[in-house]
Design a protein around this ligand. Sequence first.
Ligand SMILES: C[S@@+](CC[C@H](N)C(=O)[O-])C[C@H]1O[C@@H](n2cnc3c(N)ncnc32)[C@H](O)[C@@H]1O
Length: 360
Amino acid sequence: MNSDHLSLNIKRYDLSDDKSLKASSAADELILKSYTELNSIDKLLAIYNDRFGYLRCHLNHLNPTSIFTNKSQLNSIESNCKSNRLVFNNCSDPLTSLENKIDLAVLRMPKSLALFELYLQHISKNSTPRVQVIVGYMTKYFSPKMIEIAEKYFSTVEQSRAVKKARVATLSGKRMLEKAEMIDFLAYNNRTYRQYWGVFSAKHIDYATQYFLKHIKTTPKDLHILDLASGNGVIANELLKILPNSTFHLIDDSFLAVESAKLNVAGENVHHYFENNLSTFTDHAFDLIVSNPPFHFEHEINIQIPIQLFKECYRCLKPGGNLQMVANNHLNYSSQLKKIFPTVETVVQNESFVVIRCQK
Ligand SMILES: C[S@@+](CC[C@H](N)C(=O)[O-])C[C@H]1O[C@@H](n2cnc3c(N)ncnc32)[C@H](O)[C@@H]1O
């Protein structure tokens, strides 16, 4: 590592009062240390799953390519580069081929093993035969399945000793594999939904979403509809069957979710957005906003992010318009929503989920 970079100041760019949440972990530090020990200054490098840009900022002098999956992540990496006076240029999503083949990848282990495998597919397709991959993870999140997946793609997988409760696995000996489609198929309501590996709820349509879909109330006057945090697009798609002449806007922070929704919901009256906030939309743009909002972010729970989104929903709804959502009971959103909306009602509730309707 370049000694000029030791004093970098890397910030989290999400909303949280929880001071225990950090922009990097011992796993990131160990990745950097392992990278330095490889003495690979002349190798073409790609960085995967670098949530706030800690790895990018520390390795920026090597002109790496950052592979991003989330808009919030891309914004954070850009902001951290800018505030540390670093030029941020090369980046790519994980479905696009890289211009040049890489010989080294550093990867912060994501929570989703399916996303890990999607990253390994990308590395496999975009690297030289001698590529090495350094995967960093906190030991408390280790699963033997990680090694099993890594061994599908690489013949040698070596785990380091633990340092500050983190380890790295170094992968080498790339195997030649057939191309995989990287898509899961989910049957629901006489239809098969498709979604890329790593997108929310891979085995079945989420049970909270299924409950919500039974209780959403629409009227023919709902002409402009937003599906906030749309995932694979199932909510918008089911409503499109009832309101075929309405205009649907689907927004998600995950690139792979947006690309999945494009596979499932299409038409002249359907618009997709890869965004993590509602700043694209004008005041009073929507009659109805529907959502199964996010509260898990990797291994963290953070309800300040959905609450900020609800405030933006209020701005974007027409007077008389409404926000309908499903949530896990324990999140207790109603008390927060009452601070934003004049009318908040519980539509229905069971032992796990609650459907809430807020009117502007
Ligand atoms: C609980 S899932 C719901 C997905 C889909 N609507 C469904 O019901 O299956 C929440 C979604 O929120 C997305 N998300 C997370 N943060 C977001 C943000 N700031 N803005 C928009 N979407 C976000 C995640 O990528 C995820 O797809």
